[in-house]
Design a protein around this ligand. Structure first.
Ligand code: PLP
Length: 400
């Protein structure tokens, strides 16, 4: 007979938690509220001093020469593709294990995304697979710092240099991480960040591109504001109405309200990253003695931003599949998630580009067995213990 403690919530038992523990969550404190209110009461709601101030602070935090804000991380990636002049006839190599925006940015410009596989233990872009994906039409490689761990930038840069293509970073997960002592944001020609609420810090919606190249920084600024060469504040200061639209751009601007929030958040990023690392190591310790859970590995030559804590259900250790385990954990009040469906599985990619299952076997195998466990700075040690207890409970029912 199952007791109330061991019976799964899915089967009518009592859940480990009464309310759902989310997989990620923003941290908003009084300083954030004050900064936003101050900006709302100021003269500039957009294209004002908070934008330039946030960009300067962000560049300093990532040790990049330039930071150019965008309305979201997807727009930032689009800006990168446009700044490189990527267009119809070009190909862009992207890992299969990522959010669709990593490759959609190439499609926006009329280019073809070509998917490469990931390393099975880290789920980071495999340099060997990226090399096999290169053709004479390849213009760029997008390195995705999956879960917050920087890719193998030395190998990827060597590959890019050898073939005359540009290495760019989708660093939407890895703000605060580093590779061989170099900060995320300086590891590729241009790096895109997301400031969505589940990401390392937030502006509500928001994005940023960092680069050391001032010509690219100018192109990125122009692209986010209609392709126009001067902004309103510059025109007011110079007392002139004149402006020129040099290229077709978009309105991808981040507001002063959002930038003020970002400036308020940034000084706490380091402490938040440290708290994420502490939570990750509590999980690591717990799973070291639970062979039915296999965390995605971290390489020793880099630091991790721990945007996600991803595990795989060990082969042979479970009688039920991931779908069932996912549902059981959700019923226990644990907000597990899955990052990601291999991008080319999406109907748009299959129908538009003719991609089929089997293209990237490591990404596909990982997808079938993976779960993202809750991790965010304000998560308590007791919350971590709940997640581990729920995994034990579900494994007692579904494991072998
Ligand atoms: C979040 C994310 C993006 C897009 O960022 P938004 O700010 O949501 O547009 C792009 N790439 C990856 C890997 C992401 O996780």
């Amino acid at each position: 007979m199952q007791t109330e403690r061991t019976q799964l919530a899915l089967d009518g038992g009592r859940p480990i938690r009464e309310t759902l523990l989310p997989y990620g969550r923003q941290t908003i404190e009084q300083v954030d509220l004050d900064a936003v209110v101050r900006t709302l009461q100021s003269d500039w709601l957009t294209t004002g001093p908070e934008v330039a101030g946030f960009e300067a602070d962000f560049a300093q935090a990532t040790q990049a020469a330039h930071a150019v804000s965008y309305s979201n991380g997807t727009a930032a990636l689009h800006g990168i593709m446009a700044a490189l002049g990527i267009g119809p006839g070009d190909e862009v190599v992207v890992p299969a294990m990522t959010f669709a925006a990593s490759s959609n940015c190439a499609v926006y410009q009329g280019a073809v995304p070509v998917f490469a596989d990931v390393e099975p233990d880290t789920l980071l872009l495999s340099p060997n697979s990226a090399e096999r994906a290169l053709t004479p039409r390849t213009k760029a490689i997008v390195a995705v710092d999956y879960a917050g761990q920087p890719c193998d930038y030395e190998a990827l840069q060597a590959l890019a240099d050898a073939h005359g293509v540009t290495l760019v970073a989708d660093a939407c997960h890895s703000l605060g991480a580093s590779y061989k002592g170099r900060a995320a944001g300086t590891l590729a020609r241009m790096s895109a960040f997301s400031l969505h609420p589940v990401k390392p810090m937030t502006t509500g919606e928001g994005g940023m591109v960092t680069t050391d190249d001032s010509a690219l920084a100018e192109k990125l600024k122009r692209f986010r504001s209609h392709g126009i060469t001067t902004d309103l504040r510059q025109r007011e200061q110079s007392g002139s109405w004149f402006y020129e639209m040099a290229d077709l751009g978009y309105n991808y601007r981040l507001t002063d309200i959002q930038c003020a929030l970002g400036r308020a958040q940034l000084p706490r990023l380091e402490a938040w990253t440290a708290r994420r690392a502490a939570i990750a190591s509590q999980y690591d310790v717990a799973f070291a003695e639970r062979p039915y859970i296999q965390p995605v590995r971290t390489r020793p030559d880099r630091t991790h931003a721990h945007h996600l804590y991803v595990v795989r259900l060990a082969a042979g250790a479970w009688r039920e599949d991931r779908k069932r385990v996912f549902s059981a954990l959700r019923a226990e009040g644990i907000g597990v998630n899955v990052h990601y469906v291999p991008v080319y599985w999406h109907p748009f990619y299959r129908e538009r580009f003719g991609y089929a299952l089997g293209l990237c076997p490591e990404a596909e195998a990982a997808y079938e067995s993976m779960l993202s466990l809750p991790i965010f700075p304000r998560m308590a040690d007791a919350d971590v213990a709940d997640v581990v207890a729920a995994l034990d409970k579900v494994h007692a029912a579904y494991g072998r």
